[in-house]
Design a protein around this ligand. Structure first.
Ligand code: SAH
Ligand code: SF4
Ligand code: F3S
Length: 540
């Protein structure tokens, strides 16, 4: 029997991308093959996001397409994975009979058996076809067992980038799962469950194996990544190994570490990874929570050169009244103190974030406070979202969605324009400097236009292994996440640069990106006539 082909499409955040990678590794080990074309697949999986309505509508339209194929007689197994499955629950199965299986983000270790059950018997019951946490992940008695299974999924990940379907040079590692913050607008605490912290040794081991397999950039993932804290000896598995554990409550997080307790803080975790896995050239982390951003973390970043000086710390609003309704737990002043301290300790750091416009009751004055913040703080970029009421959140029950879509759109555009001006200023300050750029892709730059946040570009990728890449543009990022484009040096093959860190003289800037020139390049030994002699000698 020929192998079963799977099409897996991912929506949503980096956490979901990592989940898809783990699913892919897991199913590959079992003999499934993967295709980029849904028409070739017998198993179609959508790993979904529920954070805004728009994210869900994309998936509903995909479900419609697969539904038509099934009605036309094609034998396809359709699975909805991720946050939408968890949020919609069984009602999705009822509304979309073409959906065969559903698997929440906390249950992905059970996916192979769900697929198996559904393929073996068309009569599989709804219970046999769904794995959802429901309220279970918030019930502490069941928590350790549930999360341990998930920990095993992370532990069994495929390190070969081809099997995992990820880029060879960049990888992500989860350090916490779930979220306990309950911002009133947000579905994540419901879909991902309680905040669980992974043991530091598991994380470091994973980073080491990824680095051994060729990753030079590792991004640590968590919804509030800087709130990582692991208490040793508090949770162990039956065979005595350290286990994932529930994150501390706010009081415990803020309190001094009690005598006799051994704790690994986020700063200590960063330092351990930096020191113990020296072949990681870039260590990143997202997303930071602006509240309680410890000075110890900033000082560790200052002392460890391979930790990227990039802070993605969403402010969400500049109005204290709205921040309170959002349950963010900080004021604008506290955010500004955090930003000032970060820039004092790390003058080269870039700060980025997210804003929501049109949160219920947002007045012109509240909105102006967000605008003012974007004008005054040196945000490299901000992703700006229109408030989207989400079922299951506190906000949808407590606050009517009283800002019209027109006004949300208008505020979104105004804030985007302000952010563009701020981004242009931040970028301009880098012109004339030489920076290390990790080249991520080769592209023909047809049109560079802002999508979200004024920083994402639309690129037309160069076909893989195309023979004439000499006129293509190289695109990469600095440690501070500035997007840099540059021409391929004359006579060089652009593809050879991908996955390398090269020195670049930044020459021009816009709101969207920087343009620079490679000072010298390792692929052909070419030396360009820009830049300084000392920079030329940087190249191995
Ligand atoms: N854990 C991260 C964010 C996760 S969701 C943090 O706390 O910063 C990513 C972003 O989506 C959020 O920062 C927020 O700006 C946006 N978002 C979340 N829920 C939303 C909603 N209901 N409507 C609009 N934007 C939302
Ligand atoms: Fe959502 Fe807030 Fe948790 Fe971020 S911190 S995931 S916005 S609840
Ligand atoms: Fe979306 Fe779930 Fe991530 S809701 S943003 S996929 S945690």
């Amino acid at each position: 029997m020929s192998a079963t082909t799977v099409y897996l499409e991912t929506f949503g955040c980096q956490m979901n991308e990592l989940d898809s990678e783990l699913v892919r590794g897991q199913l590959s080990t079992l003999g499934y093959t993967f295709s980029d074309n849904p028409d070739d697949a017998q198993v179609v999986l959508f790993n979904t996001c529920s954070v805004r309505e728009h994210a869900e509508s994309k998936v509903y339209s995909r479900l419609g397409i697969v539904g038509k194929r099934k009605l036309a007689g094609e034998n396809i197994l359709l699975g909805v994975l991720g946050c939408m499955a968890e949020r919609d629950g069984l009602s999705l199965l009822q509304r979309y009979p073409q959906v065969d299986i559903m698997c929440g983000p906390g249950e992905l270790d059970k996916l192979p058996s769900l697929i198996d059950a559904a393929r073996r018997s068309e009569a599989a019951t709804a219970a046999e076809r769904t794995a959802l946490a429901g309220n279970r992940t918030r019930r502490s008695a069941a928590l350790s067992a549930v999360q341990d299974d998930l920990e095993n999924l992370d532990l069994s990940r495929a390190f070969d980038p081809v099997v995992a379907g990820r880029s060879a040079f960049a990888a992500q590692v989860r350090i916490t799962r779930g979220c306990n913050k309950f911002c009133t607008y947000c579905v994540v605490p419901n879909t991902r469950g309680a905040e669980v912290h992974r043991p530091p040794d598991h994380i470091i081991d994973e980073c080491r194996k990824l680095a051994d397999a060729g990753a030079i950039e590792i991004t640590l993932l968590g919804q509030t990544v800087n709130h990582y804290r692991y208490e040793h000896g508090a949770a162990v598995t039956i065979d005595g190994r350290e286990a994932a554990q529930i994150g501390p409550g706010l009081a415990a997080f803020r309190a001094a570490i009690p005598a006799g307790k051994r704790v690994t803080t986020f700063a200590q975790l960063l330092r351990r990874i930096h020191d113990e896995v020296p072949h990681i050239a870039r260590l990143r982390f997202v997303t930071s929570y602006p509240r309680d951003f410890g000075r110890d973390i900033l000082e560790t970043m200052r002392d460890c050169p391979r930790i990227c000086r990039y802070l993605h710390a969403p402010a969400q609003s500049g109005s204290d009244r709205i921040l309170k309704l959002m349950n963010r737990g900080y004021t604008r002043g506290e955010y500004e103190t955090f930003a000032a301290e970060a820039l004092e300790i790390l003058p080269d750091a870039t700060i980025a974030g997210d804003f929501i416009v049109g949160f219920p009751t947002e007045t012109d004055e509240d909105f102006e406070a967000s605008c003012d913040m974007v004008r005054k703080l040196p945000f490299k970029n901000n992703f700006i979202f229109k408030y989207s009421p989400r079922p299951g959140t506190v906000a949808i029950d407590r606050f009517p969605d009283d800002i019209s879509n027109e006004l949300k759109k208008l505020r979104n555009n105004v804030l985007l324009n302000l952010q563009s001006e701020t981004s242009a200023r931040v970028h301009a300050a880098w012109v004339g400097r030489t920076v290390d750029v990790l080249i991520e892709e080769v592209c023909t730059q047809r049109d560079a236009q802002p999508i979200r946040g004024g920083v994402e570009l639309r690129w037309e990728r160069n076909a893989n292994n195309s023979t004439d890449t000499s006129r293509a543009t190289l695109r990469g990022r600095t440690a501070g996440d500035l997007i840099v484009s540059m021409d391929t040096p004359h006579g060089a093959n652009a593809n050879e640069f991908v996955g390398r860190i090269v020195p670049v003289l930044l020459q021009n800037s816009s709101a969207l990106l920087m343009h620079g020139a490679l000072i010298a390049h390792p692929a052909t030994g070419h030396k360009s006539n820009v830049g300084t002699t000392s920079a030329n000698t940087l190249v191995p």
